[in-house]
Design a protein around this ligand. Structure first.
Ligand code: NAP
Length: 351
């Protein structure tokens, strides 16, 4: 891919939207991943994708865990759309790779070819072309690929640290918004419930919750799988670990009510990767409390109409994946909690 002489792209990437017209790259159906580099863009030789967990779960189910079918599914989506955006879940993920080229007007002058970076923008708005998929890691949602991606002038990224395995950094950075928002939301809130607490975003959020509210507050982890619950208990980052199906509204209500003596949560963090958790989250939260819906499987209408339907006055936040300094905070969260880092190494670092 060459550099287009004197052609500056729109900082938000509008110049690469092929269809429909006049929309930004994220909601666009198709992006141009073929054109040469505009002079304010960055070209990445892509090595690995971290497919968003809700999207990966949907593909696993649809392909019945057949890795060849999952490969085919990813290749088809990227070929058709010029980006990795699962048409069912609408979500993407992020990537790591090596900087191949920067346009002469790319604003971040400290970035040099050869640097290893992770994009901190979603794959749903990242122009991507895949040559091949080498391996699908079924247990982690990471995918080894050979391809090229373009980062717009406005796109945040992180230079990969030397002290963590790349796959660990990728897994953590994919969900960097969750611990960063948790750290901000926790102020003045005592009873915190983390749903889907055993996954990437759940564990990192739990760690932040424990750091900020572990002494004076009550931190409750909710997970459906016994082994995941045992892992959380071993980490010692929660006062209670509830083994409950987060899609079961009554079970969640009863478990949280029991754990909080009927007070319910001041703050509920939803980090589950399957649909159907809106009402359980609402029921787990007290009137006047806050729910942070980080999960991509959450539906706005179900949450809004569900809260209205049961007359629950809760503040509901869409899980913005961005917060200033989120990448640094996330990696620091791992470094400051050796048992959590060990668990991430075990789960994500060996693939
Ligand atoms: P993850 O690592 O796969 O963790 C999901 C967790 O939810 C797992 O521990 C899983 O347990 C648990 N879970 C699944 N079904 C459950 C149930 N019925 N009851 C209780 N727990 C259940 O996922 P992640 O990467 O942390 O992502 C979590 C969510 O955030 C996903 O929906 C993802 O798409 C979304 N996300 C959002 C953003 C954003 O910017 N807002 C960015 C990245 C990801 P098992 O292991 O037992 O299945």
């Amino acid at each position: 891919m060459g550099v287009l002489d004197g052609q500056t792209g729109h900082p938000y990437g509008l110049h690469r939207v092929l269809a429909p017209e006049r929309v930004l790259p994220q909601p666009a159906w198709k992006l141009d991943a073929e054109s040469d580099l505009y002079d304010n863009e960055l070209l990445i030789a892509v090595e690995r994708l971290n497919i968003d967990s809700a999207s990966f779960m949907q593909m696993r189910e649809e392909c019945r865990d057949d890795v060849n079918k999952i490969k085919q599914c990813i290749l088809e989506i990227v070929a058709e759309r010029g980006k990795m955006q699962n048409p069912v879940t609408g979500s993407g993920g992020m990537l790591i790779g090596t900087v191949e080229k920067t346009g002469p007007r790319y604003p971040h002058r400290h970035v040099r070819p050869g640097m290893k970076i992770a994009t901190l923008v979603s794959l749903t708005l990242t122009p991507l072309k895949l040559e091949q998929i080498n391996r699908v890691h079924l247990e982690t949602g990471q995918v080894d690929v050979k391809g090229k991606a373009v980062l717009f002038a406005s796109g945040p990224f992180a230079i990969l640290p030397d002290d963590l395995p790349e796959a660990v950094a990728l897994a953590a950075l994919d969900v960097a918004g969750a611990p960063a928002q948790t750290a901000r939301l926790i102020r003045g809130r005592e009873r915190i419930v983390v749903m889907g607490a055993g996954g990437k975003s759940g564990l990192l959020s739990l760690c932040q919750a424990w750091k900020k509210a572990g002494t004076n507050g009550q931190v409750i982890a909710l997970e459906s799988r016994a082994e995941a619950c045992a892992e959380i208990r071993q980490l010692g980052l929660a006062h209670q670990v509830l083994e409950v199906d987060a899609t079961d509204p009554l079970a969640v209500y009863e478990a949280v009510s029991g754990a909080t003596a009927g007070e319910m949560a001041d703050l509920t963090l939803n980090c589950v990767n399957v649909p159907g958790t809106e009402l359980p989250s609402i029921l787990a939260t007290r009137d006047g409390g806050t729910i942070y819906f980080f999960s991509m499987a959450v539906r706005f209408t179900t949450a809004a109409l569900g809260a209205e339907g049961i007359g629950k006055d809760v503040q509901m936040m869409i899980g913005n994946g961005y917060a200033p300094g989120h990448a640094k905070l996330t990696l620091q969260t791992l470094r400051e909690c050796p048992p959590l880092l060990e668990l991430f190494r075990k789960r994500y670092g060996s693939c």
